[in-house]
Design a binder for this molecule. Sequence first.
Ligand code: ADP
Ligand code: MG
Length: 817
Amino acid sequence: MASTLRIALRNGGVGGPKATKLTAEEAIGEEMAMRKAEEAASRRFEAVEWLRKMDRGAVDIPLGEPSEEEFCLALRNGLILCNVLNKVNPGAIPKVVENPVVAVQLADGTAQSAIQYFENMRNFLVAVNEMKLLTFEASDIEKGGSSFKVVDCILCLKAYHEWKLAGEIGIWRYGGIVKISSSHRGFPSSLFNGATADESSDKSDMIHDHQLLDVLHLLSEVFLKDFKVTNFLSSFDHFGVRLLETLLIECADAGEFSLNDTLIDMVLEQAVKEFSALLVTRKNQLSVVMKKTMGENNKAISKATFFEVISKHLEEYGNNSPSYHATSSDASNLDVVDFQHKQLEKLKSSFNDLKAQVKRDHAKWEEDLRNFQLYMQGLELNTSSYYKLIEENRFLYNEVQDLKGCIRVYCRVRPTLINISDERSTIDYIGENGSIIIKNPHKQGRDARKIFSFNRVFGMNSTQAEVFADTKSLIRSVIDGYNVCIFAYGQTGSGKTYTMSGANLSVAETWGVSYRSLNYLFDISKSRTSIVNYDVSVQMVEIYNEQVRDLLVTDGCMRRLDIRNNSQLNGLNIPDAKLVAVTCTQDVLDLMKAGLANRSVGATALNERSSRSHSVLTIHVKGKELASGSILKGCLHLVDLAGSERVEKSEVTGERLKEAQHINRSLSALGDVISALAQKSSHIPYRNSKLTQVLQDSLGGQAKTLMLVHINPEINAFGETISTLKFAERVSSVELGAARVNKETGELRELKEEVSTLKSKLESKEMEVQKLKEYASLADSEMHNNRAISPSNSQNCNFILRNESIQRALSNPGVVE
Ligand code: ADP
Ligand code: MG
């Protein structure tokens, strides 16, 4: 459109020759026709709206956008037009013919309505004409006429009305026409020739004006777009809104105004008035400048120079309004827009890159997640099979332990405490596979030696570590949820306490089975922390004179404790005994020290330090499998039994005798229980002593029992040694019957063979001695006879010598050999 306009202007524009003007008119006319066709409907609507507002009679015009016909029909009687004109310009039509009856005017009308129509319409057109506003022909409103001019006339009237309301200054627009006036003299004057309305009434001039106005309107539209008046218009909007807002706030207390249509219109009309006034002032200033420029340069000025001078002037005076030429600010604005456009493009492309990257990452994460899930599934599978393996391992381990025998007996020989020769020891021989031969120092011959067999025999030089090495496997069973019982059996002074506790707790090498077991137990539990969570707690009691007493009491009050055989609730046989949770071996060591201090120790003729009570240290282990949540419960009884010596040997009476009797009774009850278990008897006599009651859950069933039998190697302990070993043999013989047969076939057979060779040698020597004796007595009688009949000196002398050698041989048979 801008190019069409430029052609139009180049070809003549305002005041150009007639021939070229036609071309411009053609171009403009074409453009105008299009525009007018587009705008006809909306302008008609605008006109109707205004009419409705101005006159209540206009409600008969259909709502919305009325068709051309409906529009003309509603206005044909002239009543609405006259009423509205009278409102705009009171008294313009002194007499309006009312038509109170007719609500809907028929297209052909009646005679009565034809008169009304004629009078009203004529009066209206005359009045409008007098006011120098746009008018139309009466035929335009007839059926088949053009409503275009009618709409123009109404909108012109509207603009005039608004202009009037705004104080009759400023600008108003309607249709294709712009009229500006700063005159306060009533009617607007023509813009182009500065003449009054009367002077410009010439028809050709009117046409000329109209054409110019059309061109101007078009130009304005183009420039308004170029100049981007949005800021200006939005300033107006803000101004209007602020004005209304402030008015309401200011008058809020008085309560005079409430927000309504009229108030809004009033405020906005005031805003228009203010802005119009500003524009007019501006226009006047610009007009003065322009005219002055023309005057100064004495007519000879070219158009180009004129605009150059004006632009310079505007710049000099810091005019911010847009220049008539493209200014540098326009160019820089374009640059900015261009730059921003490029930035936008860049942002767009980086956004797209980012989006693609995010998509790629997302896909990768999904892939990773899938892999991770697969990995986790594999791990889960492995874990479950790992747990199955552990379970199987536990089962097999237990099987191995069972094959070794549920009741095991180890024998340990205490070293001799004073330096005595081997001849004064009762230990004759210790075999590697668990046999031991005891010799009677007072006997000779075949009854002097006795052989015993156990699972293992530790000699005098065995260390604490060696003894524990063979005990270790049972401790692992505790961690796996089995009950284990380890006894130290033997006469007083045979080394029970030494084996169980150690001689000196501050010397690591001498630590006994109890301490080492706990150490091992904590070691295993720590190595399994990722699989099983273990809780370890300790109880320590002693059984003295068939009474159970708590050794971990700290108040010194030794209460008697009850034994509950059916203690399912917390799995404790002695629920009232103090149960102390421990986390390391040192904790247990401290407890053991305290417990030992509480033990009843009495003096006997055999050993001053001998303990006269059974001490039972119980370690409860509770393991919770992290994966399955299942609980494993095992307990380890470490029992240091009281001395097993027979009462009569102890040479005690009174209280000591009572103690000894209790001890003997409880030890034989223990022997009975173990042998009943070994024989798989239906009745196990647990209730015969407190000791067997306390240990009930660790004797029999799945439980494993280890008896550490101690013997004193000294000669004076021979009797006790034999009775101890007999007791131990009773415990182990039945259980290990099959194994014992295998043992006898080996080493024992050799020994037996050796014994029989020795025996036969002895017998042959005895026979020799017998012969010699007989020979000697015969020689004696011969000598006696010779002395009596005829003694010969030389012969006598020879016989005496021979007899002396025989006597020597008798006293030492080996020499004879
Ligand atoms: P019990 O507890 O059977 O009455 P003890 O353990 O008190 O016997 O031992 C008695 C004495 O023998 C203690 O002085 C102890 O140190 C010592 N003893 C026992 N066994 C050994 C051993 N294997 N090595 C060294 N000394 C020992
Ligand atoms: Mg002891």
